[in-house]
Design a protein around this ligand. Structure first.
Ligand SMILES: Nc1ncnc2c1ncn2[C@@H]1O[C@H](COP(=O)(O)OP(=O)(O)O)[C@@H](O)[C@H]1O
Ligand SMILES: [Mg+2]
Length: 426
């Protein structure tokens, strides 16, 4: 079978790589892909834009693609799944309506309230005076969020009233365009974050190995927010007891509430959770797709054929699907970024040493790379995601940093403390 993967990040490289491990998959197409998917055997990039639904569907039909999987949120929110479904082309991901769970934070909050899913108390505003009055009455710390898709830049965790007011101003005066017409103001939650990526056929929902992401640029969780500087799995804070609560208090009620709204959600439902100091899971947000870089940490641990699992979701047969199998190991993914990230990034530097890192057993998932005259050069903020497994987290950390030693490009930057929280056991 041939599969089409939509997107160009490390997540999509990891999805394509994992799909090609399956005996059923002989070819993967990536739209538009990156330097990694361009050079992976049996994988081919296709130069189409991810909002060109007509072009992508035509390509899938002409090539006889068995199914399509969508990486990023934007095409999902724009209705790629509705478009493919109308032509009876199999596709993994929620419809435009289902993607609202990520594309509108106030919509997601309403759904959570309806389903009694534990989350921060919140209020939604469109006019600045009432929003300011609310913030004044609540006090700091408080969390201010642009309602719509803002590429991870729409949220301020305000430790002071001043910061909160400044953020309200920026959002409601148009800095985020239509994504900021509505603002969601939330109670501040303390705790540790865990990402639970779950797959669902709209009736049954099953979690993948729980992961922890590192959003801040600097060691010790300092500096500005980024798309993610690394991840590891399984996250020890997500004990079996906690995961049981996540299943019954978060994942199942979410799917039930979506069904109650007439939404047949088939795809990945990603629950971003805060684990409170009391050990209770509370939802920070839902995403309607696989996480990046969590996917690069989680998929190398998966011992089930990914295509079979995704197809079971697309075909509404997840209840009958056998238990998902995992390697009894730990996985750590460290993101290698470009100089200047997350602001203005340098591009066009030659990347070397990937083969040596792979010889050591690491998986090198590419994101901001491209081929230039057959040489691999940097082409974005997050350049590579290097993943290594180990018998426990400490070994996985040692293995990944050992492999990274061999990789080089000008002004390469990465965090040195990915997954160290898991070792300290807090
Ligand atoms: N209510 C909250 N309390 C504390 N921290 C929060 C809260 N909401 C969000 N955050 C922090 O802000 C980050 C981004 O918020 P999130 O809702 O995930 O938005 P997005 O991923 O769309 O930028 C979270 O990962 C978390 O670290
Ligand atoms: Mg988030």
């Amino acid at each position: 079978m041939k599969v089409l993967v939509v997107g160009s990040g490390g997540r999509e490289h990891a999805l394509a790589w994992k799909l090609l491990q399956s005996p059923h998959i002989d070819r993967v197409f990536c739209i538009p892909g990156n330097g990694g998917t361009a050079t992976m055997p049996n994988c081919q990039n296709v130069s189409l834009s991810i909002d060109d639904f007509e072009g992508m569907l035509r390509f899938a039909q002409v090539q006889g693609v068995g199914f399509t999987i969508v990486g990023p949120e934007l095409p999902l929110a724009l209705g790629i799944v509705d478009y493919f479904k109308a032509a009876e082309a199999l596709i993994f991901g929620p419809t435009r309506e289902g993607a609202q769970i990520e594309a509108s934070k106030s919509w997601a909050k309403d759904l959570m309230q309806e389903a009694n899913i534990p989350t921060a108390a919140s209020a939604t505003f469109q006019d600045i005076a009432s929003a300011q009055a609310y913030v004044q009455a609540q006090g700091a710390p408080i969390v201010i969020k642009a309602d719509g898709l803002a590429s991870g830049k729409g949220v301020t965790v305000a430790m002071t009233l001043e910061e909160a007011m400044e953020s309200l101003e920026r959002i409601l005066t148009g800095q985020f365009g239509s994504a900021g017409e509505t603002v969601v103001i939330e109670e501040f939650m303390a705790g540790q974050e865990v990402s639970v990526l779950a797959v669902t056929d709209g009736k049954t929902i099953r979690p993948l190995s729980p992961a922890q992401d590192h959003k801040r640029l600097g060691d010790g969780d300092t500096g500005p927010n980024t798309g993610g500087m690394g991840a590891y799995a399984p996250a020890p804070i997500a004990t079996p007891e906690l995961m049981a609560k996540v299943q019954t208090q978060v994942l199942e009620p979410a799917i039930a509430a979506l069904r109650a709204r007439g939404i047949d959600y088939r795809g990945c439902l990603y629950a971003g959770l805060m684990i409170t100091p009391e050990g209770e899971p509370k939802v920070v947000e839902f995403n309607c797709r696989f996480g990046d870089p969590e996917t690069q940490a989680v998929l190398p641990l998966l011992d089930t054929n990914l295509d079979e699992l995704l197809m079971a979701c697309v075909q509404g047969k997840l209840a009958e699907f056998p238990e998902i199998k995992w390697k009894d190991q730990a996985s750590v993914c460290v993101v290698l970024a470009a100089g200047g990230y997350p602001d203005k990034v340098e591009t066009g530097h030659f990347v070397t040493g990937i083969g040596k890192a792979e010889d050591l057993g690491a998986y090198v998932f590419q994101s901001g790379t491209k081929l230039k005259n057959n040489a691999l050069v940097t082409n974005g903020g997050r350049v590579l995601g290097v993943t290594a497994l180990g018998d426990d987290i400490s070994h996985a950390i040692a293995n990944v940093y050992n492999a990274i030693e061999f990789i080089a490009y000008d002004n390469m930057y990465y965090r040195k403390d990915i997954a160290s929280k898991a070792v300290q056991g807090n």
